[in-house]
Design a protein around this ligand. Structure first.
Ligand SMILES: *[C@@H]1O[C@H](CO)[C@@H](O)[C@H](O)[C@H]1NC(C)=O
Ligand SMILES: *[C@@H]1O[C@H](CO)[C@@H](O)[C@H](O)[C@H]1NC(C)=O
Ligand SMILES: *[C@@H]1O[C@H](CO)[C@@H](O)[C@H](O)[C@H]1NC(C)=O
Ligand SMILES: *[C@@H]1O[C@H](CO)[C@@H](O)[C@H](O)[C@H]1NC(C)=O
Ligand SMILES: *[C@@H]1O[C@H](CO)[C@@H](O)[C@H](O)[C@H]1NC(C)=O
Ligand SMILES: *[C@@H]1O[C@H](CO)[C@@H](O)[C@H](O)[C@H]1NC(C)=O
Ligand SMILES: *[C@@H]1O[C@H](CO)[C@@H](O)[C@H](O)[C@H]1NC(C)=O
Ligand SMILES: *[C@@H]1O[C@H](CO)[C@@H](O)[C@H](O)[C@H]1NC(C)=O
Ligand SMILES: *[C@@H]1O[C@H](CO)[C@@H](O)[C@H](O)[C@H]1NC(C)=O
Ligand SMILES: *[C@@H]1O[C@H](CO)[C@@H](O)[C@H](O)[C@H]1NC(C)=O
Ligand SMILES: *[C@@H]1O[C@H](CO)[C@@H](O)[C@H](O)[C@H]1NC(C)=O
Ligand SMILES: *[C@@H]1O[C@H](CO)[C@@H](O)[C@H](O)[C@H]1NC(C)=O
Length: 798
């Protein structure tokens, strides 16, 4: 870049173009006719946001592309030669040739045409700060060609999707071939008329596969829009996209603005057909749309094989096929989704797998398969059914129909009784709506009828739908005796079903700011989160405005019940506490990293860690932030989004949160578990320090093991070492700056492996001033902080 700059300065000087500094800066981003960009030089946009140059992929093929300069993954947002990779970059260069065409040359020979034609002599190509690489006429700055008109698989802010009707050209994204190979793959994303509106449309090999649904107002921010079948602009997401469209005689397109800095905004159409944002979160999950309309935008296709039904899908498993036979096709033009389609269309196929660079296809046939636990066995996509009981299909249907009818009758009776009892009147319209939703819920595949299964869950993420009557009966009509506690989102009751099974019921506060369909969709997602350290969601109950979540019942209550009680804390010896810390870490790691939907808990604290009969920890209230959408326009909504003392400074002060905010809460929890004291319980010491501050003082003084709960009778040097190490890790998690805090995967490995060296913690965040202030008003321990025009009520744990 510097060399290029010097060259340009000399160039400018010689030709007396003028001594305008603006022009000089721009020159660093520009290449002119007669200049070359070889494999060791790069263009950088004026403000340095984007870089353009050659790079070599894992496959040893080289490409010419654009990436965000500061993106450590250097994801390529545009490629000039995705389908014509270069084998030897030593002699390769990007240049504007004599005819005014942008080309890639190798050993002086043109190997790739980047622009589609030549434009005459006096032109230059500039990398702009929006990521657009523009070929323009020097004299009048007329745009001749631009990379935004020739996109690959990534939509940057300001890029268009749709059609330029005057030019008769389309802006369309094309997915890559596989994770390793960027060549054009099976999927395309376009903006086109569909079902009487313009929609984002994903096609697989030309066939419509998924559509976004209509553009509609975002429920949470009326100024923003979202799509029916995309997860965009949700209330707790830091990503906010400002979508806009145009539809007139000249052009029909979709585009978006991303107003915030500090991230790398991009929508990627990945090789499986999903739309992802830069942190890999799926904005649209379309992988494995199998030709049925599943309510998430998948488009039903005709000509489905008769042997396949809607309850079948492919899942990645370590499978061994029994009496198996397999075929291998090394055709390098077929990718994962082609292989899936072949297997789906062949009634004898049980599973498939691609080969290593994502090409080729192995299909498995046989009578059945077993799932192995061996970690080194190759995982395959195998066909699974959401209905396990395949026998007696006919009679099963009869039972389902009977069960549905019986439960409907029961439900109607129960509703009627409660209706009479309460003498409240539901308006006719509301009732009609409810019926519709109930029908949908019952019809939905993801819900089972508890009468049919005896309340037992069988497999996967099936949810039970409980009638209001059965829940009311199980809790003795929500009597106070059965109340377990009051959570941020509403009271929690203990219930006992007729079959003796114990459950916990969270009765959500009425204004959840969310429609029932969205509620159901969220719930199905959350039910898919399964981990031994997460409390299991069994199902739900919906009645009128009431929404209830049914959880497994935890006999040992929550961690704070033991930890902060003089006598009960004796139960928690060091091994148990360590086990709890590790379990919570694992649960959180799963939420952050392995759950596919990236959940940030936002309210991790001792009372949200429940203990089972063996004192194993299970995180509760995860995913509540997703279910319980905040409604800012209603004053009476309970807006509890965090607990004072567990909130990271950036969240408390600026309202920004990330996985690192959860890491902070985890750090506070670790310190509490080790010390047996609440974070804010230190006000009787002369100085108003909280636990974090106290731990930090001890650390600085070299007496960190004094933090230990005095009731912990540590035995041996090893235990002392473990204790200090755990406190050390806790301090790393509560560091002031979010970047300094480790992520959960580092935390879990540091906890699990004593040989991993720990960095020295920096000064943690602790609000001595605030804390002192808060304690003066012991009556009102909840206060409002106004952040970014958003009022959050912060409640303190007791
Ligand atoms: C690339 O170009 C620079 C000058 O712009 C030159 O110094 C360098 O040797 C070239 N590298 C190769 C591999 O040709
Ligand atoms: C890429 O090149 C390196 C070094 O020549 C070689 O070790 C590696 O196997 C190559 N990778 C592939 C995918 O061919
Ligand atoms: C690449 O090209 C250069 C110059 O043309 C040549 O010296 C070199 O051997 C080539 N490298 C490979 C791996 O072919
Ligand atoms: C590049 O385009 C020119 C016409 O502008 C054409 O003659 C040439 O064959 C093309 N080269 C390649 C490699 O496509
Ligand atoms: C190219 O454009 C520049 C800037 O407008 C102008 O000064 C110069 O005379 C042009 N050169 C030719 C050869 O047309
Ligand atoms: C459509 O294409 C024409 C001709 O290339 C161009 O002048 C016009 O600016 C384009 N419209 C949009 C909206 O990009
Ligand atoms: C552009 O997309 C429209 C659908 O929106 C399609 O009918 C048309 O054939 C496409 N044109 C080109 C040139 O691909
Ligand atoms: C078309 O849109 C209507 C209204 O949004 C919807 O009810 C219908 O299911 C859609 N049809 C298809 C084929 O998507
Ligand atoms: C969205 O973008 C438009 C056009 O730039 C702007 O007028 C509007 O204020 C933006 N809306 C929000 C909520 O940022
Ligand atoms: C590879 O697959 C493609 C697409 O299915 C097909 O058109 C092509 O003929 C196949 N090639 C060979 C060699 O079988
Ligand atoms: C299948 O393709 C994916 C993505 O390209 C790759 O990560 C995976 O390793 C491949 N599977 C096998 C068995 O090589
Ligand atoms: C994938 O690897 C095979 C050899 O294993 C190779 O022949 C093929 O070209 C590669 N496919 C792509 C798209 O790079």
């Amino acid at each position: 870049m510097t060399r290029h700059k010097i060259f340009c300065i000399i160039f400018v000087f010689l030709f007396s173009y003028g001594f305008n500094t603006h022009y000089l800066a721009e020159a660093a981003a520009t290449i002119r006719a007669g200049e070359q960009l070889n494999s060791t030089s790069q263009l950088v946009s004026e403000e340095g946001k984007f870089t353009l140059g050659f790079f070599t992929a894992e496959t040893n093929f080289s490409y010419f592309g654009i990436w965000y300069t500061n993106d450590d993954q250097a994801r390529k947002v545009w490629l000039a030669n995705r389908n014509q990779p270069i084998l030897n970059t030593t002699s390769a260069a990007l240049a504007i040739d004599k005819t005014g065409q942008l080309v890639i040359t190798s050993a002086g020979r043109i190997v790739v045409n980047v622009s589609d034609q030549g434009y005459g002599g006096n032109i230059s190509a500039t990398l702009q700060d929006d990521g657009n690489f523009v070929l323009a006429d020097e004299s009048d700055r007329r745009v001749l060609w631009q990379s935004f008109d020739d996109p690959t698989d990534t939509l940057l802010p300001g890029m268009k999707l749709g059609s330029n009707l005057t030019a008769g050209k389309n802006w369309t994204l094309n997915s890559g071939f596989s994770a390793q190979v960027p060549a054009s793959g099976a999927f395309s994303l376009s903006w086109e008329p569909f079902n009487e509106s313009n929609q984002l449309v994903i096609r697989r090999r030309g066939e419509v596969y998924w559509t976004s649904g209509r553009l509609m107002q975002s429920q949470d921010d009326p100024a923003l829009q979202t799509f029916e079948f995309m997860t965009l602009n949700s209330p707790f997401d830091a990503y906010k996209y400002n979508l806009s469209t145009r539809d007139d005689a000249e052009a029909r397109y979709f585009t978006y603005i991303f107003p915030r800095d500090g991230r790398f905004p991009m929508w990627i159409l990945d090789f499986q057909g999903n739309i992802r944002q830069d942190d890999s979160f799926n904005l649209a999950t379309t992988a494995f749309c199998l030709g049925y309309d599943n309510g998430n935008g998948c488009v039903a296709s005709s000509g489905l094989p008769v042997c396949r039904s809607q309850d079948l899908r492919f899942e990645e498993k370590n499978a061994e096929f029994i009496n198996g036979d397999s075929t291998f096709d090394d055709n390098t033009t077929i990718s994962l989704s082609d292989c899936m389609r072949r297997c789906w269309d062949d009634c004898n196929c049980l599973g498939f797998v691609n080969s290593s660079n994502g090409t080729g296809c192995t299909m498995y046939f046989g009578t059945s398969y077993t799932i192995t636990d061996q970690p080194n066995s190759v995982s395959k996509y195998v066909l699974v059914s959401s209905k396990t009981d395949k026998k007696a299909k006919g009679s099963k249907w009869v039972w389902i129909v009977i069960a549905v009818v019986v439960s409907l009758v029961l439900l109607i009776l129960a509703s009627f009784c409660v209706f009479r009892m309460r003498k409240t009147r539901l308006k006719e319209e509301e009732e009609r709506k409810r019926e519709k939703y109930l029908q949908e819920l019952i019809a939905s595949d993801s819900f089972n009828n508890p009468d049919e299964t005896g309340g037992e869950r069988r497999e996967g993420h099936d949810l039970n739908f409980y009638s209001f009557g059965s829940i009311a009966a199980s809790t003795n009509d929500f009597s106070d005796d059965n109340k377990l506690g009051q959570g941020g989102f509403g009271p929690v009751y203990k219930g006992k079903l007729l079959d003796g099974k114990e459950i916990a019921i969270k009765r959500l506060a009425k204004t959840s700011g969310q429609g029932l369909v969205e509620f159901k969709n969220e719930l199905v997602l959350i039910a898919k989160l399964q981990h031994t350290n997460l409390v299991r969601v069994l199902g739900c109950c919906i009645y009128g405005d009431e929404k209830m979540l049914i959880y497994e019942y935890m006999p040992n209550k929550s961690l704070d019940y033991f930890l902060f009680d003089e006598i009960k804390r004796d139960v928690l010896d060091w091994q148990k506490r360590l086990n709890i810390i590790e379990g919570v870490g694992q649960g959180l790691l799963y939420l952050h990293k392995y759950s596919r939907m990236r959940v940030i808990h936002r309210d991790l604290k001792a009372s949200n860690v429940l203990l089972n009969e063996n004192m194993n920890p299970k995180i509760a209230d995860f995913g509540m932030a997703r279910i319980f959408k905040q409604d800012e326009t209603q004053a009476n909504t309970i807006r509890v989004v965090g607990t004072y003392g567990y909130m990271s400074p950036e969240y408390a002060m600026e309202g920004t949160f990330s996985v690192k905010s959860d890491v902070f809460s985890f750090g506070v929890l670790v310190l509490e578990i080790v010390s047996g004291r609440r974070n804010n319980s230190f006000y009787n010491i002369d100085r108003p320090l909280n636990l974090i501050g106290y731990a930090w003082e001890l650390w600085k003084g070299g007496h960190v093991s004094d933090l230990k709960d005095p009731t912990l009778k540590a035995k041996g040097v090893d235990v002392e070492k473990q204790l200090s190490r755990t406190i050390h890790i806790g301090l790393l998690c509560v560091q002031e700056s979010a970047e300094d805090r480790p992520d959960m995967s580092s935390v879990v490995s540091m906890l699990g492996n004593e040989n991993i060296p720990l960095p020295i913690p920096k000064q943690p965040a602790f609000f001595t001033g605030r804390n002192a202030l808060d304690l003066t008003s012991s009556e009102s321990r909840s206060k409002d902080i106004s952040v970014n025009d958003m009022s959050i009520t912060v409640m303190e744990a007791r």
